[in-house]
Design a protein around this ligand. Sequence first.
Ligand code: SAM
Length: 379
Amino acid sequence: MENLTFGNRIMELRRFPMREKESLRPWDAADEYILNTLLEEPAADGCRLLIINDNFGALSVALNHLRPQLWSDSFLASEGLSHNLDLNGFDPDSVPFVPADRLPNGPFDLVLMKMPKSMAFWEDTLLRLRPLLSEGARIITGGMIKHSPARAYELLETIIGPTKTGLGRKKARLAFSTFDPELSLPASLPDYIYTLDGGLELSNGPNVFSRDHLDVGTRFLLNNLPQTEEPLQVLDIGSGNGVLGLALAQQCPKAFVLGVDESYQAVVSSRINAAKLGMGEDRIKFQVNGGLQVLPAGSFDLAICNPPFHQAQVVGDQIAWGMFHQSRRILKKGGKLLIVGNRHLGYHVKLQRLFGNCRVVASDRKFVVLESWLAGLVG
Ligand SMILES: C[S@@+](CC[C@H](N)C(=O)[O-])C[C@H]1O[C@@H](n2cnc3c(N)ncnc32)[C@H](O)[C@@H]1O
């Protein structure tokens, strides 16, 4: 557990998904910079406040008294928000969470934003934000300098209005923008559509993984998916635009696939892609979730996964490890986990440790497809 100080308040916060030995903090120096700036100029009182991309609720908990709304594409952020509110003695529903496939209830006078990783998502967020701003609205954006490309500031200037950046503090920077209602801009960024060699057409919302091309790792796993006439219950973990699950459902006509992803926009795109193929929920279903805890134990023959290698801007294999771990519980005895990964990530070591077995299905210079199976009783 970590404590964040805001004025005379000390808040306890946790990251999500929760891990026993967590070494990462649930906020960063950009959160602290935003909060300290508000303390220095308490003009926020009485403002209609919107918070965007607050990863685990640090800003929302600290500013709970201003009754903000939180707009985010992350299910884990929504879990972090309600848990951290509760942990600090607030009603877990006191900050309405608005998923990124919907719009918050404006207008807003003050917006506090954290820069996301995807610039397409950033552009789309700013475009969709414009009609929600009151005249004279102030927008404060925080980001860690190493994760804040020049393009992010350009987008603030061209989509929101005049923007000034402040001094760096603890490797974080803030940008201050004032809303220019006169700009004539599109309402949002359109989905990006590409078609795979086999004809599968994929729509990709702004925050969808590898939105403008097929990821190389995904391609490698696609080439190694099973093809069978047997009935199969399949789980696509971190399903993104649904590409893996959809391809599998196409080549296994008796398979049922469940895809789960923590991104609301990813799930919207995957549902669009299933509909394009004419596949109903009897064949493939997608749902937003941040973990597999809600799924019944021992219920899948196969889990497929191209694991994420970052959470927001923090790179690491902690999410992948959690997915592998949880997949043991949901597999039937004899059920298999099939994953793709960069060779250097050493996933085979983890899988061997977890399952007691791991087979290399395919490998090239960069990637490896690995398979583990549930041989014994679920532990
Ligand atoms: C490397 S991408 C793979 C997407 C898709 N399967 C593909 O191959 O194109 C990993 C996906 O996992 C999702 N993700 C990250 N953390 C997650 C979590 N805790 N639970 C569910 N999905 C998660 C991300 O949103 C992302 O869509």
